[in-house]
Write a protein of this length. Structure first.
Length: 318
């Protein structure tokens, strides 16, 4: 539906509101139950608000039992398993870092890590808002065999991602000290090395997001799972070994280096080869029509794909 920006925007808004709510409750020394409500209610409200905004004016997007078929259900399940594998590599690759740091380096290091990590999460949030809508746009263009548009849009999105992420990372690195002091006072003083490491890691990860949305739209889930698996196999044991005598900074640096070497660089080479040749991926014929992977319309219950504004928005975009 080319409306992924709605989800990311509502998520950003509810996150900011939740943060402000929690700060006010802490200032007034509210109960633990109230703080839990302040963190959980926005999380629950976000998907509901996103659905209302996306479905408004799109009656064809509402669920209908009559539209369910066994074949489409199996296809969705296969795709779901692929995305599950990709998400598992992300969890194992860097989602458990705080637990590892607490286990091997202690609570002081994990506190520093958490504060800086939350600050630099703004980079990924902004990039997600900008780039996420390209996922369905890539899928629509793939179904049409419009590889010229895919090639042009991908390179523009990658350049825009690098510029925006690099700028944000530098700004946050410069302002990290004052922001942290304002945020948590003198209780935690993140070292400059940790801030610099997170700036590099957030930039590399943001560039990876531009590739990930392209791969998602082109249904390259197996490639993502393999690259993610390589990242986990290389990065996880090295991080555990480094934490025996290191700090949270070493974990973040290892993430950046391992992700670049095992996932981003090989993935970029593969993507460059595919796009430069302007050749369809496995499962497509040379003329761009789909063979093994059927070109299922994005909105099968509504107007023909591409006939409405929801299918043209991102095609007019980057």
């Amino acid at each position: 539906m080319q409306a992924g920006f709605v989800t990311h925007t509502t998520r950003a808004i509810t996150t900011i509101l939740s943060f402000g709510w929690v700060l006010e409750l802490v200032r007034t020394q509210a109960s633990f139950a109230a703080i839990c409500m302040a963190t959980s209610i926005p999380v629950l409200a976000c998907p509901l608000l996103s659905w209302v905004l996306v479905a408004r004016g799109r009656s064809w997007a509402l669920p209908a039992i009559s539209a369910v078929s066994a074949g489409e259900t199996r296809a969705v399940l296969r795709s779901g398993i692929g995305f599950l594998a990709v998400q598992m590599t992300a969890i194992l690759g860097f989602g458990l870092d705080a637990i590892l740091i607490e286990r091997y380096a202690g609570p002081v290091e994990v506190a520093k890590y958490t504060v800086v990590q939350r600050l630099f999460s703004l980079v990924g949030m902004v990039i997600g808002i900008v780039v996420a809508p390209l996922w369905p746009a890539y899928a629509d263009a793939r179904a049409r065999g419009d590889h010229a548009w895919i090639r042009k849009t991908f390179w523009r999105s990658l350049l825009a991602t690098a510029v925006v992420a690099g700028t944000l990372a530098i700004v946050l690195a410069v302002l990290a000290g004052p922001i942290a002091a304002r945020w948590v006072g003198n209780a935690i003083d993140p070292p400059a090395s940790l801030v610099t490491a997170f700036a590099a890691w957030s930039f590399v990860l943001a560039c990876g997001m531009a590739f990930s949305y392209y791969w998602n739209g082109m249904h390259m889930l197996r490639l993502q799972a393999v690259l993610g698996g390589m990242f986990v196999v290389v990065g996880l044991p090295v991080k555990v070994a480094a934490l025996q005598s290191g700090s949270a900074t070493s974990v973040v640096l290892i993430n950046a280096i391992a992700y670049f070497a095992t996932a981003l660089l090989p993935g970029a080479i593969i993507t460059w080869t595919v796009i430069r040749a302007a050749a369809p991926l496995a499962g497509t014929r040379g003329d761009g029509s789909l063979a093994a992977l059927p070109a299922t319309p994005i909105c099968p219950a509504g107007p023909p794909v591409g006939s409405g504004p929801y299918c043209r928005d991102m095609r007019r975009g980057l």
